[in-house]
Design a protein around this ligand. Structure first.
Ligand code: SF4
Length: 541
């Protein structure tokens, strides 16, 4: 019994969505027949087609509510359908040119969704204006699944016919981000109507989080699916089982790649469609996080890290280099990359002179403060590390369970990476329970002192993840009240909170606007980089 895994839109169109390909690869390793389709890039290609955009422009130009948008729409259509500047490396050499290209893409997507009142699709963004239509709500998704969407024409004219032609018996819809949920449920409904004999399975990282947080994933609209799964090994093995039992199915012989990082099938991806300066190959070095102790993170609910094998990693790096002799960027999507595996990847790339660069998310570990190790990483293709620095306050660092509680380690890591020539994309977290201005000032001091070593900043305000340690024992963190963001966000992974009547999130937001944003160093780091692609393009800017 064969299965196709589908990545629904919209995710950033700069690289293939990984989760559907990873699921297909795991089913194959368990002896099943599976392939994957990136329906997000498929939809972008369809929606951004020049003739289709021109036709939509002619339609909306008649509508007085879009009168002032028409010139911007016209420029956007020219940009995205003729020149495709986000595929040209030269665009990334000038931040103004780059920003203009991103704005054109946003406008073109806005135009593509203009005929659908109340719905707007952007770069990795989906907004339904009516408050009852939140993608974080079961009721909202039930309504959206029955609502004509900007994705319908692509689903009905391209995706579903291709699924029909491939003769699969099962379709797995793999959802990573909440903004994909409306398309996922809409696709399930259309599949039910168009291909009633095909089983529909809902899974992916977001669904695994819903299930781990014990959210209800049955009844409407989940009844559009035959099964809802977290994507555990046991579940994927079960999907592969009918093939393993089929004497006519010849399981491919084992290869070193059976132990490789989970990645995309190189020959199943339309590489020319992605909007990046060079092909970007996503991969995960291991499933799960090796730390699992951060108090604001629900990763402890998921299985322990299962890393790929070192030989599999080496064989995979060579396979990528063979496929992209002119170079590729590897995006390791692990939530915390194990330093030992990074060291190994870098050694192979350096030793065998592979034309590969890479980037990914790391914890602030002592290893990255070692100049020798940092040099190995840099010479082995490391272009940028995304660092979970979080805060400059030792007290808050301890509260967050980051280990050590030593912001000076962050400083040493930033300087060491900078000297080695590796860019640092620094992630900061504000609005933590009991946080004060003094804590926030310590973070600002860290940023100002190390500004020369910081390539870009990501500022987040804490949304309290459901079933994270902080959520499960709020009183231990000074939280006196946990409350939902809205009455109807029963599928939200996050809650709001108060500390003795104080609202740290609001206080932090105010401080960021009035103090942090005014710092000359902060402005220098981030003033001209505003892009929905964030880290996916920042490595090349
Ligand atoms: S925040 Fe990152 S490092 Fe910490 S437990 Fe979660 S995934 Fe792991």
């Amino acid at each position: 019994m064969s299965i196709v895994f589908v990545t629904p839109p919209p995710i950033k169109p700069s690289e293939p969505g990984l989760s559907a390909f990873a699921a297909a690869e795991l089913v194959r390793r368990f002896g099943g027949r599976a392939h994957a389709v990136d329906a997000s890039i498929g939809w972008h290609r369809f929606a951004l087609d020049g003739d289709r955009l021109q036709a939509t422009l002619a339609q909306v130009a008649q509508d007085p509510q879009f009168a002032k948008d028409v010139p911007a729409f016209r420029r956007a259509v020219r940009s995205v359908s003729a020149v495709r500047p986000l595929q040209a490396p030269a665009t990334y050499r000038d931040r103004k040119v780059y920003t203009s290209a991103v704005n054109h893409l946003e406008q073109a997507l806005r135009l593509a969704s203009a005929p659908f009142p109340g719905i707007q699709v952007g770069i990795a963004n989906y907004t339904a204006w009516h408050p009852s239509l939140r993608p974080e709500s079961r009721a909202g998704l039930a309504v959206l699944s029955g609502t004509v969407q900007p994705f319908d024409a692509y689903f009905l004219e391209v995706l579903i016919p291709s699924i029909r032609a491939s003769n699969v018996q099962q379709v797995g819809i793999s959802v990573t981000f909440q903004m994909q949920a409306p398309a996922a449920f809409r696709l399930a409904r259309l599949l039910r109507d168009e291909l009633p004999g095909v089983q529909r399975i809902l899974g992916g990282p977001l669904v695994a989080c819903w299930l781990a947080a014990e959210m209800r994933c049955d009844g409407a609209p989940f009844d559009l699916f035959d099964r809802v799964i977290a994507g555990t090994d046991a579940e994927l093995q079960q999907l592969a089982q009918p093939d393993a039992d089929d004497p006519t199915w010849l399981r491919p012989p084992p290869t070193p790649l059976d132990d490789a990082p989970l990645s995309v099938a190189l020959d199943q991806v339309e590489w020319a469609q992605y909007l990046a300066p060079r092909p970007t190959v996503p991969a995960v070095l291991g499933r799960g996080c090796y730390w699992r102790k951060c108090t604001f993170c629900p990763d402890h609910l998921h299985p322990r890290l299962q890393p790929c094998g070192q030989d599999g990693l080496e064989a995979w790096l060579h396979a990528i280099a063979d496929r992209f002799p002119d170079g590729a960027m590897l995006h390791f999507t692990d939530s915390a990359l194990p330093p030992a595996h990074l060291g190994r990847a870098a050694e192979v790339i350096r030793r065998d002179r592979l034309p590969l660069q890479w980037r990914g998310f790391v914890r602030v570990e002592r290893a990255f403060a070692d100049p020798e190790f940092a040099r190995t990483l840099a010479e082995g293709g490391c272009a940028m590390l995304q660092l979970g620095v979080e805060t400059g306050s030792p007290r808050i660092l301890g509260l967050l369970g980051k280990g050590g509680g030593d912001p000076d380690l962050s400083r040493r890591v930033l300087r060491t990476l900078h000297h080695a020539g590796i860019r640092s994309y620094v992630y900061l977290l504000f609005g933590v329970p009991t946080e004060t201005d003094a804590d926030r000032e310590a973070t600002l001091r860290l940023v100002e002192d190390e500004a020369d070593a910081i390539h870009a900043l990501n500022l987040a305000i804490l949304n309290l993840p459901r079933r994270s340690p902080m959520h499960r024992a709020p009183e231990q963190f000074g939280i006196t009240e946990v409350l939902p963001f809205h009455d109807d966000t029963d599928l939200s992974l996050y809650d709001d909170f108060r500390c003795d009547g104080r609202h740290p999130r609001t206080e932090a937001r105010r401080w960021l606007d009035h103090r942090f944003a005014k710092s000359a160093a902060v402005r220098r780091i981030g003033a001209d980089f505003k892009s929905a692609f964030k880290e996916d393009h920042a490595w090349s800017l």
